[in-house]
Design a protein around this ligand. Sequence first.
Ligand SMILES: [Zn+2]
Length: 131
Amino acid sequence: MKYNKGTFGLALLKKLNDEPFDIVRFSRWCEQICSANARNVDEELRGILFEISTMEDDPQFEYTKEELQTLAKKLIYEDKLLLNLPKATILEEKWVMCSNCGDTWEKSPTEEPIIICPQCETTFLNPRFKM
Ligand SMILES: [Zn+2]
């Protein structure tokens, strides 16, 4: 099976959400993905995985948690996988509603392609996102 950008983006986003941010752990995790999926990863994703896995070698290669979150969202967005994501319901002003648990929250800036429900952590396509 192909391991593509979107698959990795979703896994990365989930890991950033679920686990405390640790450079060494994230580095090695990417290294593992790269070797476990060696034949199913395309050139571009291999480069990205390699870049993240070098974080532990030198502080100048380090990403911050926010940078990795942005990268993960970009990967999901660039991948067709994004089309399968549910859309959060648009409410007034910047508010959106989760179609899974009904929670509402006020975080839907137009530059963010993906938003996550703070209550149930479902990943959504941001209904206000504009390229
Ligand atoms: Zn929810």
